[in-house]
Write a protein that binds this ligand. Structure first.
Ligand code: ADP
Ligand code: SF4
Length: 690
């Protein structure tokens, strides 16, 4: 297959100051949870993107000085010469495949707590950022920067830029976005200074200009200097001389940077979940930038469709197609478009599990791409997999995300695979969940695997086939994989989160009952202590379906864990817009006679709500009935030719989609593997040289 000429424009080279990108695919800086303590994992993860065809591959945020310390969040450092080698591992890997390497130099200003360095944080006027977000909360307020602090910052940036050049980077960033220090100078609410760095827009831009200048001087014309800037808030601020303050800022700096990397201001809008935003959602904020500069402009928008990318270029919105999530979900996205294989792109589903990995402080993980972060430590490549280790047959029971991923990867290895699915269609939990508000995009997990499986003649899928232990013993496959999923329970919890038994009876439902079309009577109470998406999305679904719905949770927020995936603010807005009544810090303790009893967390004060249908979204247990039945007949396995029976996905340990896909993939990778190749290599920081 060859490239569709319609996409040729995406493969034009782009000059960025003194360097040239081979095409318009630009893997922008994004946090990946791999710090300098994991230099090989980090290098390999980014090298894979370069191998997959990205013209530019960038780091995540790299601190220039201990006064910008984001611990325990995983950030990189370039604090001294010792840090250079760790980054050089990445630039070597990226250059090997003909891509440019970019580094996002970063100072967090008032957004960091300096928990490890214990230096006072710095900010233009002594105010901090996001003081109520669990990850950013701290007690130390920033020091108001004086002239000496500003001079020190410029020196730190210059030193880091020099080190970046030594490490082999081609593009060096000044980062004025997302609440970080230079951005704090741009916004009048943070910047109340009365010196030359505060007041007018020209004064507020001064620090960014000086950072760009010292960076340019430090790299001596060898590297391009990029400005990454958030424009959402500035665009909303009126200006006397331009359509907005964002226009003023861009006009003032127009051709100073070699590249504009433009984005939005807060994680929930910048890295917007698909539940609430579609592809290209940044355009209305950043569309003017190209009209004010002659320098190339890169921006993101969860671009996975080559037609949308071409449209961004043709309409003069962007010069380079930036991607963080699409480059995680499919590091080979550019190579696939180049080869005319755009149907094979594993499209990002916008679930933001990747970003939540950073919030949790661990290496990046991805629902669609189980190999991400595993390139070095497990030796997993997103496009290549070991051939089958034996000529054996595998039966996969259950065609949910775990079973499908497992069957696909086993099929690619060359095993003879049969998939039995009880339902009339494949998809498992996604069959219902993709019909819920905002979750249609998650169907890409299913669609991509369905499409890829159709091309494998050695994988056969049998729908409408509920297998029993007897059936399995009768057919006799060498390996049996049980991907039979999990079931929601009617379990309740105490204030200390100790299980207090199940609540049964008429009017008590679980998400599976709703999926099966159980008739509900209003008013409905959705009781959520699962804390991920299901409770809030069901409440919204039922409310939009005409029910009067209350949402009850013992947590302080709806869908409490979605603060990690950037979804929480929009979850609250969605519930409000669907007129769902919210009851936080509340537990369900009883349900009878059309009334549900709530106890307030911490005080135990009782309240009652009218309720005809109670939907409990709490705990899930593995559906291991089939596993139990098979293990009870283990003495018959040998006679049937069965060598192993293994549970994967939710049938092993109920989790999110990302866990199910990973589990299925790992089984497929590890079948017939030598025992010494199992497990993973442990990365370690490079030793300091004297
Ligand atoms: P996971 O997320 O682990 O993939 P799912 O719950 O999404 O789990 O999918 C499990 C699938 O297994 C469902 O589609 C279900 O119909 C199927 N299944 C469960 N038990 C059997 C069985 N005995 N035979 C065939 N399919 C089964
Ligand atoms: Fe996209 Fe989800 Fe993967 Fe992130 S984790 S890259 S949002 S599919």
């Amino acid at each position: 297959m060859s490239r569709n000429p319609r996409y040729d424009v995406l493969f034009e080279s782009v000059r960025i100051g003194p360097v040239t990108a081979r095409n318009r695919f630009y893997a922008v800086p994004h946090a990946a949870g791999m710090t300098n303590t994991m230099p090989h994992m980090r290098a390999s993860f980014r090298e894979t993107k370069a191998e997959g065809g990205w013209g530019v591959v960038c780091t995540g945020y790299v601190s220039i000085d201990p006064s910008s310390d984001d611990a325990p969040l995983p950030y990189a450092t370039l604090w001294d010469d010792h840090d250079i080698r760790s980054h050089a591992l990445m630039t070597d890997g990226v250059h090997k495949h003909g891509a440019l390497a970019g580094i996002e130099l970063w100072h967090g200003g008032g957004s960091v707590m300096n928990r490890s360095s214990r230096l006072p944080p710095l900010s233009p006027s002594g105010t901090s950022w996001m003081a109520t977000h669990v990850n950013f909360m701290g007690h130390q307020r920033p020091k108001l920067m004086d002239a000496q602090d500003i001079r020190a910052l410029l020196t730190q940036q210059a030193q880091a830029a020099r080190r970046a050049r030594q490490a082999g980077f081609d593009i060096v960033y000044v980062y004025a976005g997302m609440g970080y220090l230079p951005y704090e100078f741009l916004l009048p609410e943070w910047n109340q200074r009365t010196d030359a760095y505060g007041g007018s827009v020209a004064n507020r831009v001064r620090l960014v200009r000086e950072l760009l200048e010292v960076t340019q001087e430090a790299v001596g014309g060898k590297c391009a200097v990029a400005l990454r800037i958030s424009l959402e808030e500035l665009r909303a601020r009126p200006s006397a001389s331009a359509p907005s303050q964002a226009h003023e800022v861009v006009a003032l700096l127009a051709d100073v940077p070699d590249l504009w990397d433009v984005k939005l201001d807060s994680a929930p809008t910048d890295c917007a979940p698909s539940r609430f935003s579609s592809e290209g959602s940044h355009e209305s904020v950043i569309d003017f930038v190209k009209t004010l500069t002659r320098r190339p402009v890169v921006g993101v928008g969860r671009f996975t469709s080559p037609d949308t990318m071409v449209s961004q270029i043709r309409r003069g919105v962007l010069d380079l197609i930036g991607a963080a999530r699409p480059s995680i979900a499919d590091p080979f996205l550019p190579a696939k478009i180049d080869a005319g294989r755009e149907q094979d792109i594993r499209e990002c589903i916008g679930c933001n599990i990747c970003i939540s990995s950073w919030h949790y402080g661990v290496p990046v993980r991805c629902t669609q791409n189980p190999t991400i972060g595993e390139e070095w430590r497990r030796g997993w490549h997103p496009e290549r997999i070991e051939p089958a280790g034996s000529a054996t047959s595998v039966l996969v029971v259950g065609a949910g995300p775990a079973g499908l991923e497992c069957a696909l990867s086993l099929g690619r290895r060359g095993y003879e695979v049969s998939v039995a699915e009880a339902a009339d269609d494949i998809g498992g939990r996604l069959r219902f969940e993709t019909r819920l508000p905002g979750l249609a995009g998650w169907g890409r997990v299913l669609d991509w695997r369905r499409e890829q499986l159709q091309r494998l003649s050695n994988v056969n899928v049998y729908r409408g086939n509920r297998l029993t232990a007897g059936d399995i013993l009768e057919v006799g496959y060498t390996h049996v994989v049980l991907a039979t999923g999990a079931r929601w329970a009617r379990l309740l919890y105490s204030a200390l989160e100790i299980p207090v038994g199940e609540l049964h009876g008429p009017g008590v439902f679980t998400p599976e009952d709703i999926a099966a079309g159980a008739p509900l009577r209003s008013p409905v109470v959705v009781y959520d202590f699962d804390n991920y998406y299901m409770g809030s999305v069901l409440a919204e679904y039922l409310a939009r379906g005409g029910h009067s719905v209350s949402y009850v949770t013992p947590a302080g927020h709806a869908a409490a864990s979605t603060i990690m995936s950037n979804e929480q603010p929009q979850v609250h807005r969605a519930l409000a817009s669907a007129s769902v009544a919210l009851h936080t810090l509340s537990r369900v303790t009883a349900f009878a006679g059309g009334v549900v009893t709530l106890a307030t967390q911490f005080t135990e004060r009782e309240r009652r709500l009218p309720c005809e249908s109670l939907v409990i979204v709490g705990t899930r247990f593995a559906d291991d009935t089939l596993y139990g039945a098979l293990t009870a007949r283990a003495d018959e396995w040998q006679g049937s030719g069965i060598r192993s029976v293994t549970r994967i996905g939710d049938a092993l340990a109920p989790g999110a989609l990302v866990d199910a896909v990973y589990s299925g993939h790992r089984y497929a990778r590890e079948l017939d593997a030598a025992p010494e190749t199992l497990g993973y290599r442990r990365d370690a920081p490079l030793e300091r040289r004297a």
